[in-house]
Every structure is written in structure tokens, then in C-alpha cells.
Design a protein around this ligand. Structure first.
Ligand code: SAJ
Length: 476
């Protein structure tokens, strides 16, 4: 019997399972459950010590996610109240379903070797394989190395089920594109890339996602193209940021204001003309841009080996972009040392007030924050530091100062790493008074402050991209 016949016999998708009750799976499950086309949704969650608590919470209609997620709590209450959604750790119930999606995180085992840890995802895939039935649809939502869906995932599902993908069951990749703080909106409004291992799988996956899209459209393609799309869309953003960072470093070296140059470049408008210049800064953090480039690179090494035509011996432009972005915290360290030297002191024994531990403005997310390597450089150079972040209550290995005043008191240098809105209103006179220094240093990693009032108050100013100000005369 062909897959098409099996799907026809099964009829429209009615019962769905979502594996992995995290910030991707929870809104996905709630939105599936809210769609009238579907009759029942199970959220599958391992009853593990660290996250088993979510099962009871979710079944009560409460979200275990921290931070504001507009619309999520009421949606969960609605679908649990309507008995359309429940959370369970009983994976055998997968056998009752028409479609299963997997939203299990794929972190790096450790930052150095940049090898992703697929163990949790593979465990989820094997759980699905053991309970797979003919005509079912399996969709991977996790960010994976190109080649995973049609390769290892397919092999594991076939091995565990004894069935054949594309003949007995449908298999696809539909990468998540959600951002914390706007999960529900993103799933409804972003276009959804849907890639099957074959056209029948693509069509069945499109049937699954269409009901939850409001203004978003389904973008069909192959599973591998979908994996490349997801990893490349973040690789490209990282590349654009690296281009801005490199130009900012050049502008500093040439005594030019990067932001004037950026405005000049941006002024070139017209049919099909675009420069999409992003912003330089103290560095690139988070769990998307810092890893998706390496997923793409591993994909081309594995899938494209012996076939890739690329300038011999030259590094990947995309990996070079990662190198430039990871250099920015070191550049901030250099600016700090240079600033202190101009103020007649050294890093050793100085007190640095580090403003911003989150990797993103106005966020409490600290994953892969560029503030961390900067802090390590300071400690290695014998400097003392205090850290402030209005959104971060605790971070491993970091003592966060309770107030901005306490952080700045007695500081030789104030260094801005995150463009939290609170930092925009820093007053140079007040900061200087708190620092108690004749020529305190201000290092602006996010182009947050206007250099002139700080310089006029006697600060030594250093700013990313501010070649026009970084060697200013020191006002007595
Ligand atoms: N950054 C810069 N300059 C810029 C933009 C960002 O230095 O011009 C830095 C930020 O400070 C941060 C890092 O890059 O440290 C990442 O910032 P981000 O705005 O890309 O935020 P992320 O990492 O949360 O990226 C997510 C991605 N979304 C998904 O993977 C689903 C990305 O695809 C989105 O484009 C991005 O959000 C977004 O636009 O909000």
C-alpha cells in the first residue's frame, strides 16, 4: 500500500502529539489544540527530575515558561478546559495519533568543540519510532544539522518501527522561528518552511501547519532544504553583524565615525538596491547565531563532502564571521585597557563596572553572553569588576550588584555591554561623582550614549565604531 493510500485511509489529521514541552513545544501544542480541525493534542514530557514538574502544570493549563508570553496562559487554560490538550509522560500514547512533532533542544555539548548534543532529540525520535503506526506523520522542529531528517532521524525511526519512511509513514522538517516574548505571534504570523523527505510528506506536513497560521504561509521544499534554510537564515544574520563589526573596527582605526558611514551607505536607495547594514557591538550572544553557522558548516562537510567547490585553503566566510563577532568582547577589553592607560592607570587593581550580563537588550536571557569572555579577560588581567543587569537576577559564577549606584561606586571604568533601556539615561555627572575618579573611563559597546557630555565631564571615552572620538582631548 502506498503512503498516499495509507494517509487517505487515515483521513485528515485529527490527533497530534508534541514532544518536548519547552518554549517551542508548548505554544505549538496550544495552537494545534486551539484549531477546530484537530480533536486532541498530547504534550509529551519526560518525567525527569529537572522538568517532570511541567506535566501537572501544563495539564492544569499553567505555563512553566518564565517571562511574559502574551496569549499563552489564556490559550492553555482554554484548550485544557475544552479537554483538547493534556500533558503526559506516557509515550505509548503516540500510537493513537495521526501526527507527532519533536521540539527538543539541540544544545552544544560544550562551546569549544561545537559538536551539537543530539542525545535528547535522538531519545525522542526513538520514542516515536517505538510507537509509530502506518500512515503517521513525524515532523522535526528542532534546529538540526542539514541532512539529519533524511539521514539519522529517518534511520532511527525505521530501525525502531521496522517500517519504511516515505512508504509507511511521512517524515518532514519544519524549523521553529520563534522568539522568546512573542512565541504565539511568531508561530501564527511567520511564514512556515515545511520540508518533507518526499512530496507526500511535504503535503501532509503542510496540512498540519496550515490551520495554525494566520498571516503566515506554508513555504514547501525538501527536508534538507528546510534544514539549510533555518541554519542559513541565522548564519546570514551573524554574517551581516560581522560585516558591521569589521567596518566599525576599520572606522575606529581610520578615525572615522562608523555611524556617519552607516547613514551614508544606507542613503543609497533605489530599485533592488539594499545594503541591510546591521549594528556593530560588544559581541554576539544567544543560542541561535552562535551555533547555527556550525550546523550549516557540518551539513556541507557531511552532505557535500568531495562535491563542495570552494577556494582552496580559504576559511569559510561564515566561520570567519563567527571569529569576528567573537573578537568583539576582546576588542572591548582592548578599549578598556587603552582608556585606563589614558586615565593614567592600569587594568591590574582597577575596578570595572560592567553594565549588562544578558546577551540581548531588555532581556534576561544570558545564554552565551559576550559579557562572559570579557569578564574572563578582566579577571585574568587582575582587574576587579562589579556586574549589573536590571533583568538578570542570578547567573552562575557571577555576583550581580543590587543597584546601578553600587555597581558604579568607586569604578575606574564603566563598560556598557547590553543596550538595556535603563542605561540610556546614565548621567555623566552623577556617574563621575559615584566613581570618585578624576578621569573615569566610559566604554560604550552599544552606541548607547552621546560621547560629548561624557568627554566634557572629564571622562575618557571609548566607543565601538567611534574612530572620531576615541582619541579625544581629555577635559580637565
Ligand atoms: N546583535 C548585534 N548587532 C545587530 C543585531 C544583533 O550585535 O545588529 C547581537 C545582539 O546584541 C545579540 C546577538 O547579536 O547579542 C543576537 O541578537 P538577535 O537579535 O539575533 O537575537 P537572537 O539571537 O534571539 O536571534 C533570534 C533568531 N530567531 C530564531 O532563531 C527563531 C533570529 O533568526 C532572529 O532574526 C532574531 O531573533 C530577531 O530578529 O529577533
Amino acid at each position: 500500500m502506498t503512503l498516499e493510500a495509507l494517509i487517505r485511509d487515515r483521513g485528515p489529521i485529527r490527533k497530534i502529539g508534541v514532544i518536548g514541552m519547552g518554549y517551542v513545544g508548548i505554544p505549538a501544542a496550544a495552537l494545534f489544540a486551539d484549531a477546530p480541525e484537530f480533536s486532541r493534542v498530547y504534550g509529551f514530557q519526560r518525567d525527569s527530575p529537572s522538568s517532570g514538574y511541567k506535566i501537572a502544570m501544563l495539564t492544569r493549563g499553567e505555563s512553566p515558561l518564565k517571562g511574559e508570553e502574551p496569549g499563552l496562559e489564556e490559550l492553555l487554560k482554554k484548550v485544557t478546559g475544552a479537554h483538547k490538550f493534556e500533558c503526559t509522560s506516557d509515550f505509548s500514547r503516540i500510537a493513537e495519533l495521526d501526527a507527532v512533532t519533536l521540539s527538543i533542544q539541540t544544545p552544544f555539548a560544550n562551546k569549544d568543540d561545537l559538536i551539537p548534543d543530539f542525545s535528547a532529540l535522538y531519545e525522542g525520535i526513538r520514542n516515536v519510532g517505538r510507537n509509530l503506526r502506518p500512515g503517521m506523520l513525524v515532523v522535526l522542529e528542532s534546529t538540526v544539522t542539514p541532512g539529519t531528517t533524511a539521514g539519522p532521524a529517518r534511520e532511527m525511526l525505521e530501525k525502531e518501527s521496522g517500517m519504511v519512511a516515505g512508504t509507511d509513514f511521512a517524515l518532514a522538517h519544519a524549523p521553529e522561528r520563534v522568539m522568546v516574548g512573542r512565541l504565539i505571534r511568531n508561530i501564527r504570523e511567520h511564514d512556515r518552511v515545511v520540508g518533507g523527505i518526499d512530496p507526500v510528506s511535504t503535503a501532509r506536513a503542510a496540512e498540519l501547519y496550515t490551520p495554525v497560521l494566520t498571516i503566515g504561509k506554508v513555504i514547501p521544499m525538501t527536508a534538507t532544504a528546510a534544514e539549510v534554510t533555518k541554519t542559513a537564515e541565522n548564519t546570514f544574520r551573524d554574517l551581516q553583524i560581522a560585516a558591521a563589526n569589521e567596518l566599525a573596527l576599520y572606522c575606529e582605526a581610520m578615525g572615522v565615525n562608523f555611524y556617519d558611514v552607516r547613514a551614508g551607505i544606507d542613503s543609497l536607495k533605489g530599485e533592488g538596491i539594499t545594503r541591510a547594514m546591521l549594528w556593530p557591538g560588544a559581541g554576539v550572544g544567544g543560542h541561535c547565531l552562535t551555533k547555527d553557522t556550525y550546523h550549516l558548516e557540518r551539513g556541507v562537510q557531511q552532505l557535500g563532502k568531495d562535491r563542495l567547490d570552494y577556494p582552496a585553503g580559504e576559511p569559510s566566510l561564515f566561520v570567519l564571521a563567527r571569529t569576528i563577532n567573537d573578537f568583539m568582547p576582546r576588542h572591548m577589553f582592548r578599549l578598556t585597557g587603552d582608556g585606563l592607560a589614558r586615565a593614567g592607570t592600569t587594568l591590574r587593581g582597577s575596578k570595572i563596572a560592567l553594565l549588562g550580563w544578558a546577551f540581548l537588550a531588555n532581556s534576561d536571557d544570558t545564554r552565551n553572553t559576550p559579557s562572559e569572555p570579557y569578564r574572563d579577560n578582566l579577571v585574568a588581567a587582575g582587574a576587579d569588576l562589579t556586574v549589573h543587569d536590571p533583568y538578570v537576577t542570578h547567573a552562575p559564577g557571577v555576583t550581580l550588584s543590587p543597584t546601578l549606584e553600587e555597581t558604579i561606586r568607586g569604578a575606574d571604568a564603566v563598560v556598557i555591554f547590553a543596550s538595556h533601556r535603563e542605561y540610556r539615561s546614565l548621567d555623566p555627572r552623577q556617574v563621575k561623582k559615584l566613581s570618585g575618579k578624576k578621569h573615569p573611563v566610559i566604554v560604550d559597546g552599544r552606541n548607547l550614549v552621546d560621547p560629548d557630555p561624557w568627554i566634557a565631564t572629564g571622562f575618557v571615552y571609548k566607543g565601538i565604531g567611534r574612530g572620531d572620538k576615541n582619541s579625544h582631548l581629555i577635559q580637565e
